[in-house]
Design a protein around this ligand. Structure first.
Ligand code: PHE
Ligand code: ZN
Length: 857
């Protein structure tokens, strides 16, 4: 499948595996520098493949000690990527391959394959880490039953499935469900478990265990609770029960991603498991809930039904993100969750879609698959399914999913399989809809309305912009949820979902009075809506739209328009209408406090730079910073009384609870404090809250404001915080992030340079690296300093991390993907850093792919 010239793998080159695997038996004799892996694999010819083929097994960084076929030693042809045996050496009806390999987990800094974290052994096999453990057909369409024996002195030795035996120095596991190698997992260490159980709808008892390092066991309760709610939700919403007697989660400190859905043995970045009120914020709790659910939901959407090849990644990821989004919406507030998801989608996916890394939800080629765990595959993948559900309706959506599980259980599938169940369940032709999987770029949706003599005419048109490799696009199916507001603000007619399928389409409606049209309610499609409206009309929607998403959207659009106008013209002052509309929302006690907090949060510097570019103006980060500061000050002044009142009244009584209701009050109160602090550069109120806070949410928001304002007490507060939490790695990550992200642009670089020399900056730990270096790259005005020193600092650190951890480096190199947004001076400075990186001959394949794609070479 490898293209010799460019090293690219292509979807069109897919061919079924010549050999299927029936069973795998693995024995691990653990040793930090010389772990021995014995693999016994039963191969059978795949009837779906061309007969008479040889055997290819993937393998990297392995030392082959011995190999045999049906007990007779063989000498395979070994390269750095794997080994092969000719067909002539293979019994045509099938055979048992046995191999002993030796690996060095202690030296494995890539955190891919078998590696060590704080003395504990753990694995990460998605996408292609299993080949660093033993020789194997490491591709998701080869599904097999695994039996695993682990030998070592560790107290806890875990693998997938059910425990089938253990004794002094050994443990054995058997997974009854056939699975691809990327779902294999092994953990061994002196861990402690937090235990519970769950009874499934059909009455089966499942033991639940969360394994952590000793000392962390009192921080697992929330994750456990989220797990049980997830199990219950998947039964109720999708009819899916858990299918083993045991479900385990292990928390590790060194992890490249958020978490991993290995069958029966999920492995998590510890930051998405561990929580206590004094160490975790409301946001952390929310993320833990969502990620626990996500990984659990993969048991059906990913594990029982997996992907045929890695191009189909969105089959499991888009669907599982959609499922976790719905779960969180059900557990909390649906509109608030939708707004948060759309903010994320725009910040990460629209950004990706608008730049050099744009690719379809189902890509057609890659050099390094790990570079395709992207916002497009995940978040846009989820949006596509959300549209599908809207188009077919909830009941047929559920029927289609039932059919999907029934038809494809135990299989490795494609997007075609997925769409086919919808076609069969609904009778719809989804050929045009399928373009959402193959065309990259965010469609522009343009809308015009006209009303005359009792008839409303709505003209919708669409355009999908060119993206790398895709100069021309066809029109897509865009569901446009539409409402109509009467002059008194009530709904003039029932809302409906219009289906735009052509480049331009006209819709007419009988409307005795001229309505205000509310378009794309609930953000019914991942598009950029362009519609000229007066500020008065937007203010009307802010006050009256019965769709909470569009109410928020109207406020956001008005704020964006105002901020960009102010950035373009320093003489302009903040729009009065916007300020009073925001203040009115703030004061409206009938609205969810979390909704108000979101509505009061001005667009970020990053969002404004992107919006400016979308509207055809290269962004000047300093002008954006100035405009945003002025706008925030105007809101702070216009709403001073309201904010003071909110701050006084929205205290959260009683003991800390991470529930949505209390979190919402804290969010609104923190937003109010943010505005209060705008007019209080000494940070008196924030300093008081910092001193009095009894939970991490308040402590961190107060500290952030002190740092943002560079208040006189900021330095002492940072020191107090550090002294209190220096033994807590997750809290110290926050301490690094906060300073890197929030420090004013004039001092930020110097601070992060100092912090990079701090004894606690353990840069080989991905969480710590992301905290400081990623935090700084997310401080736009500082990162985009006009002298280029911000770019240089980040590039230097990426070059330092790349040799030890290519995956995390490549992912973070995406911070340069937005270069085209900025004025020519910054563009040249960014390109110079990218060229400097590309010129390093030893740059990893991962990082090289990203850097070269950004450079357009
Ligand atoms: N499959 C994981 C998830 O979506 C993400 C992941 C990918 C983790 C690759 C590690 C490596 O939950
Ligand atoms: Zn996932």
């Amino acid at each position: 499948m490898r293209d010799a010239m460019h090293g690219a793998v292509r979807l069109t080159d897919y061919a079924p595996a010549p050999w299927n695997v029936e069973t795998v038996e693995l024995t691990f004799a653990l040793d930090p520098h010389a772990t021995r892996v014995t693999a016994r694999i039963r191969f059978r010819p795949n009837p779906a493949a061309a007969p008479g083929q040889g055997l290819w097994l993937d393998g990297e960084h392995l030392e082959l000690v011995s190999a045999s076929i049906d007990g007779a030693p063989v000498q395979p042809d070994v390269t750095t990527e794997g080994l092969s045996l000719p067909a002539a050496a293979l019994p045509a009806e099938g055979f048992t391959w046995e191999a002993v390999t030796e690996i060095d987990p202690a030296e494995n800094t890539s955190l891919d394959g078998l590696y060590m974290s704080n003395g504990m052994y753990c694995t990460q096999c998605e996408a292609q880490g299993f080949r660093k453990i033993t020789y194997y057909p490491d591709r998701p369409d080869v599904m097999a039953r695994f039996r695993v024996r682990i030998e070592g002195p560790q107290r806890v030795k875990l693998s997938n499935g059910n425990p089938v035996g253990a004794g002094e120095g050994w443990a054995e596991w058997e997974d009854p469900w056939p699975k691809p190698s990327y779902l294999f997992a092994l953990v061994a260490g002196d861990l402690i478990s937090h235990d519970d159980s769950f009874t499934t709808a059909s009455g089966r008892e499942v033991a639940l265990k969360i394994y952590v390092r000793p000392g962390d066991e009192d921080r697992c309760a929330y994750a456990m609770d989220a797990l049980k709610r997830s199990m219950e939700w998947d039964e109720r919403a999708y009819g899916r029960e858990y299918d083993l007697d045991l479900f385990m989660i292990v928390a590790v400190d060194d992890f490249n991603m958020g978490a991993m859905e290995n069958k029966g043995l999920n492995i998590f970045n510890s930051k998405y498991v561990l929580a206590s009120p004094d160490t975790a914020t409301d946001r952390d709790y929310e993320l833990i809930e969502g990620i626990i659910a996500h990984e659990y939901f993969h048991n059906w959407t990913g594990n029982r039904i997996t992907c045929r090849d890695w191009f189909q990644l969105c089959l499991k990821e888009g669907l599982t993100v959609f499922r976790d989004q719905c779960f969180s919406a059900d557990q909390r507030s649906e509109p608030v969750k939708r707004i948060a998801d759309v903010l994320m989608l725009r910040a990460r996916q629209f950004r990706e879609d608008a730049g050099p890394l744009a690719h379809p939800v189902r890509p057609t080629e890659y050099v390094e698959i790990n570079n395709f765990y992207t916002a497009t595959v995940y978040e846009k993948g989820a949006e596509v399914i959300r549209m599908l559900r809207l188009l077919v309706g909830d009941a047929l959506y559920r029927q289609a999913l039932d059919l999907y599980f029934e038809r494809h259980d135990g299989q490795a599938c494609t997007i075609e399989d997925w769409l086919k169940v919808f076609e069969d369940a609904t009778g719809r032709d989804l050929a045009q809809f399928a373009l959402w999987y193959s065309q990259a770029g965010t469609p522009r949706l343009r809308a015009r309305t006209d009303w005359a003599e009792g008839v409303l005419t709505l003209t919708l048109s669409q355009e999908v912009p060119p993206t790398p490799g895709q100069p021309q696009k066809a029109p897509m199916v865009i569901p446009v949820a539409t409402g109509f507001l009467a002059p008194d603000g009530s709904d003039a007619a029932p809302a409906q979902v219009l289906e735009l399928t052509q480049a331009e389409q006209v819709f007419t409606f009988e409307m005795p009075e001229q309505p205000v049209v509310s378009l794309l309610r609930g953000f019914s499609a991942p598009v950029i809506l362009e519609m000229a409206r007066s500020p008065q009309e937007r203010a009307f929607l802010i006050a009256h739209d019965s769709d909470p998403f569009n109410r928020w959207e109207a406020a956001r659009t008005l704020a964006t328009d105002t901020a960009l106008a102010m950035a373009a013209d320093p003489e302009l002052s903040a729009d009065e209408g916007l300020v009073s509309a925001l203040v009115a929302l703030a004061a409206d006690g009938s609205l969810d406090p979390a909704f108000r907090a979101l509505a009061l949060t001005l667009p970020s510097r990053e969002a404004l730079a992107q919006e400016s570019y979308q509207r055809g103006t290269q962004a000047d980060p300093d002008a954006i910073e100035r405009a945003l500061t002025e706008l925030a000050t105007a809101v702070a002044q216009g709403g001073a009384d309201v904010f003071a009142d909110l701050y006084a009244r929205y205290e959260t009584p009683g003991a800390y609870s991470p529930e949505a209701g209390d979190a919402a009050r804290r969010a609104l109160r923190a937003t109010a404090l943010g505005y209060i602090t705008r007019l209080d550069p000494r940070g008196i109120a924030a300093g008081t809250l910092f001193g009095a806070a009894t939970n991490m949410t308040e402590s961190l928001s107060a500290l952030g404001l002190l740092v943002r304002e560079d208040a006189p007490s900021a330095t002492a507060a940072l020191a107090t915080f550090y002294d209190r939490w220096q033994a807590d790695r997750l809290v110290i990550d926050k301490w690094f992030t906060l300073q890197a992200m929030t420090s004013p642009s004039g001092v930020a670089l110097e601070r992060v340079q100092q912090l990079a020399g701090h004894g606690d900056f353990e840069w080989k730990n991905p969480n710590r690296f992301r905290a400081l270096i990623g935090g700084f790259a997310a401080n736009p005005t500082a990162f985009h300093r006009a002298d280029g020193a911000g770019y240089r600092f980040v590039a230097d650190w990426l070059l330092k991390l790349d040799p030890i951890n290519p995956q995390t480096t490549a992912r973070m190199a995406g911070c340069f993907e937005t270069w085209a947004r900025y004025e020519p001076g910054r563009q040249a400075l960014i390109r110079a850093e990218l060229e400097r990186m590309a010129a390093v001959p030893t740059l990893s394949k991962n990082t090289r792919e990203i850097v070269e794609r950004i450079l357009g070479s």
